[in-house]
Write a protein that binds this ligand. Sequence first.
Ligand code: ADP
Length: 244
Amino acid sequence: MQEEVKLIVDGRRLDGRLPDELRPIKIEAGVLKNADGSCYLEMGKNKVMAAVYGPRKVQPKHLADPTQAIVRYRYNMAPFSVEERKRPGPDRRSVEISKVSREALESIIMKELFPRSSIDIFVEVLQADAGSRTACLNAASVALVDAGIPMKGIITSVAVAKVEGVLVLDPMKEEDNYGEADIPFAFFIRNGKIESIALLQMDGRVSKEELLQAVELAKKGAMEIYKLQREAIMKKYKVEEVEE
Ligand code: ADP
């Protein structure tokens, strides 16, 4: 008989968090010398690196758009990022994640300023523990700011899961595996305010009321992450000022 996994005990989750708490987050901007912008980010046990190149000449040339920049996003999981070695290279999941993440970022990048150019975003998952797409989007946003790409605001991403009937913020692996639903969100934040939802995916089932509650919970988490993204960007430029 399979042993039952209890994910919430006395209102607390397996790692001691309350339902509305994020995992610890660490963000560092400008960590790669050879990229125009970069960011290293940890969200719980997720460890990800984002690198941004551009605006630069499109390669191959025939992909160039004479009216605006093209944006490319590549999500990649390192073979050592998960418990069982992951087969290297793109798969259906990484292609899907790359597409929806690109669409979220593209919606706020001022592409029309850079005709015939490309803005290339690479995210590498070094260690995955559920929510890696959200961690990567948060890192990519900071890397884009670090690269000086003009944007209408910033993208901040977090997931909500339904676990044993309870909505929980920023689910970890066990909650993702055994929960009833997983809903990654990304928000467009401008001038410190959430303007719109830039990404919403759903795996599993929730009621309409639960979905509305999930949006509120995700917004709360996103505002906390947004503050840390800002701090990471400010920290980098402050250090540079001192060094000069
Ligand atoms: P996200 O990481 O954005 O939550 P998923 O919900 O698809 O994306 O994946 C949840 C977790 O499952 C990942 O963070 C990772 O830990 C694990 N996982 C995903 N793909 C693989 C794979 N090919 N091999 C092993 N583990 C994987």
